[in-house]
Design a protein around this ligand. Structure first.
Ligand code: ADP
Ligand code: MG
Length: 677
């Protein structure tokens, strides 16, 4: 029986070679072929001479007004020239190497030609002589390869339609089709490839985008439903104990911190599996939120885990927690990959017995030989996703903990819905009161003297400075060489009056720690550093940062770096030294000087990259869609998420015949493209 799951190999004209070429384009089945959407359309509708512009690709309709002339150049090349009367004006049409068209141009005959317009010469270099009625509209253009051309793809899609149109069933629920005025699937698939007119094309495209976003969200929401409903523990924390702890803090929590603590605690108390993202700008105070909710789990008799991406950060968190909980029944331990065997063995025993109830560490925490007594909450810091697989590993250890992921890089809406679409999101949208603003300026490298003057001014007032060395390339050796050169240069400028320190990635951990401690103690007034400074450094007396070659850093990274100043009571400054080569680079520097709001920066960054750099988008974690643009079509994406959520979480989702196609779809696509690890 014919089915959309049939291989494209069943189509006439598809031999082994074409089949391979199709597979390479990601087309395996008839369904794949029918959803191989055009990436653009040529507008073949005839235009008027008065409305076209130089170098535009257009269709012109006119009457042949001269005999065609064929000019030959050597053996292989020739040009066919003919005059056309178009809207009362005579133009030249030329076709390169298509001598056989000559007989199509009889004087007085009406023809339509698609081609590229040259305004100065009043000539159209012809690409296509339009003959059929169907040519008069939008022509789909497909991604193709040297082994399979446009025409072949278009032909196969036509053929697939002839043979399989009756197999195209409905997929989206009727209520959604009506609510959003979409078209049915068969019509959508047809009209997206063979649009009759603009209106018809737009309806098809809107439907295709919605369907794509909806199906993507359907998978995410389904994961969320099964994940939250089937597992999960009730963490009955002791409110009084929690309050007592919060009262010992040297500051009042911000309203935003209180709000997110409440959201997280509410999740923990329920017998569902929490999978929540906590986002907040650098310095918004996420660590303390983590401490509070971990303590909640501990008061309910559970163990809490805090996972960090690097050993340095893990160590810092462990020290931090040990200080915070010094007077509480919390036993903090640190587990990293570089631990000695004996110490590690002892620690594992304490974890298993439950004696250690707050464990901080790197990925070493979820190694096979680590077992817990009763883990209730796992927190991951800095963009660490806790994947489906990692959760499975924990379940196999007999634990079904709630999960909280913390990120300092604010997630723009697009990413929150796509890359993190299966998670609930808590946002800390304010900084603690009394933070000093950071004034950012951008200087060309020829103006670096101004930056130096600013640093001198700040040092004269008893403040300290960071000087961030440029990234040369991926090579650490070159970056180091560069850091050393800058260090020498800065010593010449500032010493002996002020002392200059150096920090880079090739230093041993204890050397780095020593340098940071000395800088914090003001033994050095200026610190030349590579980006190792980025993570978790806190020196409130540092009020100025100068960043060389700022155009080479990502906006998120610049934002993180800049967050190292503005931590004390004094006003702070950031100087970007940059010579951006294009408009894109200039805009990025302007964004940095205009705002210190991480959410604005990340959204703008995404928009800029969305417009420009495809690779950047790939790395950003946004999945690739066939037709929808998760940045440009953000509203459709958001609506699709809401609708998918509502439908998946309905009690009759699995049994209502209306949703059968969706359930079938989920079964077929189980675990195929959901990679969370
Ligand atoms: P991040 O969100 O970047 O991880 P941290 O948790 O490191 O930020 O907090 C940054 C600094 O702000 C820390 O020194 C922390 O003690 C302090 N802090 C956190 N919350 C508050 C608050 N409500 N009021 C004042 N200072 C706070
Ligand atoms: Mg942090």
């Amino acid at each position: 029986m014919a089915s959309l799951d049939d291989s494209v190999g069943v189509l006439t004209g598809v031999g082994p070679k074409k089949l391979t070429a199709l597979n390479q384009l990601g087309i395996n089945t008839i369904e794949d072929l029918l959803t191989f959407y055009p990436y653009r359309y040529d507008d073949l509708k005839a235009k008027k001479l008065s409305e076209i512009t130089d170098q535009e690709k257009v269709t012109l309709k006119g009457t042949v007004s001269s005999e065609p002339v064929l000019v030959r150049f050597g053996q292989k090349r020739n040009l066919l020239n003919v005059r056309l009367l178009v809207d009362d004006g005579n133009i030249t049409v030329s076709f390169f190497n298509q001598p056989f068209l000559q007989k199509q141009f009889e004087i007085g005959k009406e023809v339509a030609v698609y081609g590229k317009w040259d305004d100065k010469r009043k000539s159209l270099s012809g690409m296509k002589l339009l003959t059929k009625q169907t040519d008069d509209g939008l022509a789909a253009i497909y991604r193709s390869s040297k082994d399979i051309h446009q025409t072949a793809i278009r032909q196969l899609i036509t053929q697939a339609f002839e043979q399989y149109a009756d197999e195209v069933g409905s997929l989206l629920p009727t209520e959604l089709i009506q609510k959003y005025r979409l078209v049915n699937r068969k019509m959508m698939l047809h009209d997206i490839h063979f649009p009759k007119d603009e209106k018809n094309f737009h309806e098809a495209k809107r439907t295709a985008i919605f369907e794509e976003f909806f199906l993507f969200q359907l998978k995410l929401q389904y994961v969320k439903k099964t994940d939250t409903k089937n597992y999960g523990i009730k963490i009955n924390y002791q409110n009084n104990e929690l309050k007592k702890f919060i009262q010992t803090l040297p500051f009042e929590l911000t309203a935003a911190q209180k709000k997110v603590v409440n959201e997280i605690c509410a999740d923990m108390k329920q017998a569902i599996h929490m999978n929540r993202l906590l986002q907040g700008d650098v310095g918004s105070g996420k660590t303390i939120v983590a401490a509070i909710v971990m303590y909640a789990a501990i008061t309910a008799g559970y163990q809490a885990v805090l996972m960090a991406p690097t050993e340095i950060l893990a160590e810092q968190h462990a020290n931090n927690m040990a200080t915070l909980f010094a007077d509480f029944p919390v036993n903090v331990a640190l587990l990293t990959g570089s631990m000695k065997v004996k110490a590690r063995r002892e620690l594992l025993a304490h974890l298993e017995s439950g004696e250690v109830n707050l464990i901080v560490g790197t990925h070493a925490i979820i190694q096979p030989d680590v077992s817990f007594k009763r883990v209730g909450l796992v927190i991951t810091d800095e963009q660490h996703r806790f994947g489906v697989n990692q959760r499975r590993i924990l379940r196999e250890k007999g634990a079904e903990p709630d999960v909280l992921a913390m990120t300092a890089t604010p997630i723009p809406r697009t990413l929150a819905i796509t890359a993190y679409g299966e998670m609930d999101v808590s946002t800390i949208n304010e900084l603690p009161a009394g933070r000093q603003p950071i004034t950012t300026s951008w200087l060309k490298s020829s103006q670096v003297g101004k930056g130096i003057d600013l640093i001198k001014e700040q040092l004269a007032q008893g403040s300290q400075a960071y000087i961030i060395t440029p990234l040369i390339d991926e090579s650490e050796t070159l970056d180091l060489k560069n850091a050393l050169a800058l260090y020498e240069n800065m010593k010449e400028i500032f010493e002996p009056k002020y002392k200059v320190g150096l920090l880079h990635g090739k230093m041993k951990n204890d050397e780095k720690d020593q340098m940071m401690a000395d800088f914090k103690a003001n033994k050095y007034q200026a610190l030349v550093s590579t980006t190792v400074i980025e993570v978790g450094v806190d020196v409130p007396n540092a009020t100025v940062m100068m960043i060389y070659n700022a155009e080479r850093f990502g906006l998120a990274q610049l934002h993180q770096l800049r967050g190292r100043v503005g931590r004390g009571k004094k006003a702070s400054y950031c100087v970007l030294i940059a010579d951006p080569k294009n408009e894109f680079g200039i805009q990025r520097m302007q964004i940095m000087t205009e705002t210190t709001d991480g959410f604005v920066i990340s959204q703008k960054d995404l928009e800029l990259r969305g417009a420009g750099d495809v690779l950047g988008r790939k790395q950003s974690g946004i999945p690739e869609f066939k037709i929808g643009d998760p940045i440009g079509d953000i509203n459709a994406l958001q609506v699709a998420q809401q609708e998918a959520h509502e439908i998946v979480f309905r009690d009759d989702f699995e049994n209502n015949p209306e949703f059968k196609p969706l359930n079938d779809y989920l079964k077929e696509h189980q675990n195929t493209d959901l990679k969370f690890d």
